[in-house]
Write a protein that binds this ligand. Structure first.
Ligand code: DX5
Ligand code: ZN
Length: 231
């Protein structure tokens, strides 16, 4: 089942949990709860210590998530794209790969390569990158991921300065006429999701607002928090 299909089906705001902020020693238990609550997509942040100043997950985690869970795996690559790692994530079983427009001079070829392997492809942009940098790729890409924090770490404050860009990209997508998922990543909570949804965003990546809040406020029960986020 594709991510876009899920979006069409839901007709509402969609929350994609980011496991960057999860309690990794309790990951299986938390993922089971998210499944029981109807969540079907997981956001997996991949950082290489070069494109961003942090290190996170590799293909082996994606492979385990693919073989041991039923989640759609939305993999966000914050990596140097000259590396051969894209193929490693494809082989590991990712359903969707998003990469950064700032990380390569050849976005078009990378989009084609990903789609040619049967995955959907997304482009992300950092807060200081203009919406117009996406224009050449709107005829091809499946998802746009707007960063509303500087990529690299969870738990940062949402940058309201990005709301205008979300609105601009939403208008670009409407003009283009293709079905492109507009997702937002960074500092998402019930309030900021509302702000972004009003500008046309459809999918919301939630790390700290779900896992940290979930653990602290609703131990072993995400239901209330998810209802609030998806209201
Ligand atoms: C940041 C990552 C995000 C991160 C968001 O570079 O791309 O996906 O998990 O975390 P929160 O929701 O805590 O801002
Ligand atoms: Zn991310």
């Amino acid at each position: 089942m594709s991510i876009s299909h899920d979006l069409c089906r839901s007709h509402s705001r969609v929350v994609w949990p980011s496991i960057l902020s999860a309690d990794l020693l309790n990951l299986r238990e938390d993922l089971n709860q998210l499944t029981q609550l109807g969540m079907d997509t997981l956001h997996v942040d991949v950082m290489d210590g070069h494109f961003v100043p942090n290190l996170t997950f590799g293909p082996s985690l994606v492979q385990q998530l693919r073989s041991q869970t039923l989640f759609n795996l939305d993999v966000h690559l914050m990596i140097d794209l000259e590396s051969p790692l894209i193929d490693a994530f494809i082989k590991a079983g990712a359903h969707h790969l998003t990469f950064h427009v700032e990380a390569t001079n050849h976005p078009q070829q990378i989009i084609s390569h990903i789609q040619g392997q049967g995955l959907t492809a997304g482009l992300s942009l950092k807060p200081n990158t203009s919406a117009s940098s996406l224009l050449p790729y709107l005829s091809y890409v499946d998802q746009i991921l707007v960063m509303t924090v500087e990529p690299g770490f969870g738990g940062q404050a949402f940058m309201e300065s990005q709301l205008g860009k979300i609105e601009e990209i939403s208008a670009m997508i409407n003009t283009c006429g293709r079905s492109i998922t507009l997702a937002v990543d960074g500092g998402m909570n019930a309030h900021t999701i509302g702000l972004c949804a009003r500008k046309g965003a459809q999918a919301f990546i939630v790390g700290n607002g779900l896992f940290a809040g979930g653990r602290a406020q609703f131990p072993n029960n995400y239901k209330q928090l998810l209802q609030e986020l998806e209201a």
